[in-house]
Design a binder for this molecule. Structure first.
Ligand code: GAR
Length: 216
């Protein structure tokens, strides 16, 4: 069967993008990474994608007069590659309402907290500052409200005494690399349904939408 074409949007390191690329190398994975788009020319992830043989494009947001015009240029690039699912992976641009509306139901994001806690930037630092005992990461559908869309799946990570934002971020990142490929697989397999602002995942074992870092 034809694989689902995924476009990944990045701004920096690109480790989540790389985890999707690695997953898609598996023969039985139902999605392929059709292109990687960065709004930052110096994003290390661009080189990683290029070295992996993925089509890449750098579209600097500063070249455009406003958010929507930039997003239309990104969309033209994604459409050029036949993209059917957009995966935001460390894409650090606030979106205008236009982009999530155009890609409605076909755009996912990964965020380094258990949403709806700790939205926005520095989510790992916010978890530590709040004294949270557990944090993690969330994959959710993207809507105009920042970090506000319907949750698909989460991974929980214990906050340890003595954790810094960096040590916690690193442990959360390991779980991000498990969670995102799993959710993209489910999307590609047609398992995700949105109903009343919530996501149903069909045909997976009970509890499959919550991972724990302490379990393999
Ligand atoms: C990841 O931790 C991702 O969850 C986070 O940025 C990092 C990107 O790392 N995204 C956000 O904070 C979005 N609000 P990566 O470039 O190595 O994938």
């Amino acid at each position: 069967m034809a694989k689902l074409k995924v476009g990944v949007l990045i701004s920096g390191r690109g480790s989540n993008m790389a985890s999707l690329v690695r997953a898609a190398w598996e023969e039985d994975y139902p999605a392929e990474i059709a292109c990687v788009v960065s709004n930052a020319a110096d994003a290390p992830g661009v080189k990683i994608a290029r070295d992996a043989g993925i089509a890449t494009a750098v579209i600097p947001h500063g070249d455009y007069p406003d958010r929507e015009t930039f997003e239309r240029a990104v969309t033209a690039e994604l459409d050029k590659h036949g993209v059917r699912l957009v995966a935001l992976a460390g894409f650090m641009r606030v979106l205008s309402p236009w982009f999530p509306q155009y890609w409605q139901g076909r755009i996912l994001n990964i965020h380094p907290s258990l949403l709806p806690a700790f939205k926005g930037l520095d989510a790992q630092r916010k978890a530590i500052d709040a004294g949270a005992r557990v944090s993690g990461c969330t994959v959710h559908f993207v809507v105009p409200e920042i970090d506000g869309g319907p949750i698909v799946a989460q991974a929980a990570v214990r906050v340890l005494a003595g954790d810094t934002a960096d040590t916690l971020a690193n442990r959360i990142l390991q779980q991000e690399h498990r969670l995102y490929p799993l959710v993209v697989r489910w999307f590609a397999e047609g398992r995700l349904r949105q109903k009343d602002g919530r996501v149903e995942v069909t045909g997976v074992p009970p509890g499959a939408t919550l991972l724990f870092s302490e379990e393999p």
